[in-house]
Design a protein around this ligand. Structure first.
Ligand code: PLP
Length: 354
């Protein structure tokens, strides 16, 4: 008897649904937490010129040292403690690939970014979900309890959390780091929109791993660059699982140019945070809409019928994310902060639909 090829795929993989995002054609697209501001044209021209001058026939460096050094300077951490990859998503996959033995407990607050559970399962880890509080913030006592009860091997915290926008404060994170020897991954994809970062804790906590990206605050989701920060000893091992030459000539040139001009993005950050406050206040004033305070460039809000409101908004030309399928979020939608005009369009459409 031959084994059917599908049975060569691990049962853990066959058991999980993949990552799906249904495409809709809408003039106002506020469903993926992208920046409403594109990379400035002057930078695009500079990047394309650099790419044109590079030899495409040659492999890039296994790890682009000038980019690693620029990112290290940008965050104030040692280049030996940094890995750059094609997006922070790849880094979640990389860390789990090198650290997850079959069955090890991986504590993940729920709901959070769906890829954590997906990759943890694919690498045969055992996902231990910890529900958020009813107000959609982290339940720290329950996280502590789960870490100890399960003797956690890995903890994945998204701060600010996608899709709820809550953060874990540094005192809370430090209390957690002190009481566990698990690897603690803090995904700060939206960190720049909050006043909080775990970077300061890196020197004191060799089990801490911080992930960052150029996809959100730098408005460069298309160039696919993310980076990891951790103790150099940990990085030396994690990096063994990284695919060499993965940063192509375009991503390399683009990322280096953006990081060297990070000053251009500060004003945009301030504008997005100001709009977040304005949208939040406006949502609070709409009857039967309950927004959740957010530290990111999106806001979760609850309505009486999420599916009906989601579809109503599409009819008005506005695409948001429907979270109704997430545990504990059956009435929730998530809207990304766009330009003031896009946000106005969204708010007017929502008032109409409600
Ligand atoms: C958007 C996002 C990222 C960014 O991933 P990239 O691969 O760098 O684009 C990472 N984590 C979370 C939770 C996100 O929402």
């Amino acid at each position: 008897m031959k084994t059917p090829p599908l049975q060569r795929i691990k049962p853990e993989v066959r058991a999980v649904p993949g990552y799906h995002l249904k495409a809709y054609d809408c003039p106002v697209k506020l469903n993926q937490n992208e920046s409403p501001f594109d990379v400035p044209d002057i930078l695009k021209v500079e990047i394309l010129k650099t790419v044109g001058e590079r030899p495409w026939s040659r492999y890039p460096q296994p790890m682009p040292t000038d980019l690693v050094e620029a990112l290290a300077r940008h965050v104030g951490w040692a280049p030996e403690g940094l890995i750059v990859c094609n997006g922070a998503n790849t880094l979640v996959q990389l860390v789990l690939a090198v650290s997850t033995s079959p069955g090890v407990p991986i504590v993940i607050p729920s709901p959070s970014f769906s890829l954590y559970g997906l990759y943890a399962s694919i690498f045969s880890g055992r996902v231990v979900p910890v529900d958020l509080m009813p107000d959609h913030t982290f339940n720290l006592p329950a996280i502590h309890e789960a870490i100890h009860r399960e003797r956690a091997h890995t903890v994945i915290l998204c701060s600010p959390n996608n899709p709820t926008g809550c953060i874990v404060s540094n005192p809370d994170l430090e209390a957690l780091l002190k009481h566990t020897d698990a690897l603690v991954i803090v995904d700060e994809a939206y960190g720049e929109f909050s006043n909080s970062t775990a970077l300061d804790l890196l020197p004191r906590h060799p089990n801490l791993i911080v992930l960052k990206t150029l996809s959100k605050a730098f408005g460069a989701a298309g160039i696919r660059i993310g980076y990891l920060l951790a103790h150099p000893n940990l990085v030396r091992e994690i990096i063994k699982g990284k695919i060499p030459f993965d940063i192509n000539v375009f991503s390399h040139a683009a990322a280096l140019t953006l990081i060297n001009r990070s000053d251009l993005f500060r004003e945009r950050l301030t504008a997005i945070c100001a709009e977040r406050k304005r949208v939040f206040d406006a949502l609070r004033k709409i009857d039967r809409v309950r927004p959740c305070a957010s530290h990111a460039n999106f806001i979760l809000f609850e309505v009486d019928n999420a599916d009906a409101v989601f579809n109503g908004l599409i009819e008005q030309g506005v695409l948001v994310r429907n979270l109704a399928g997430y545990p504990g979020l059956s009435k929730a939608l998530r809207v990304s902060i766009g330009t003031p005009q896009e946000n106005e369009w969204f708010l007017n459409a929502l008032r109409e639909v409600i």
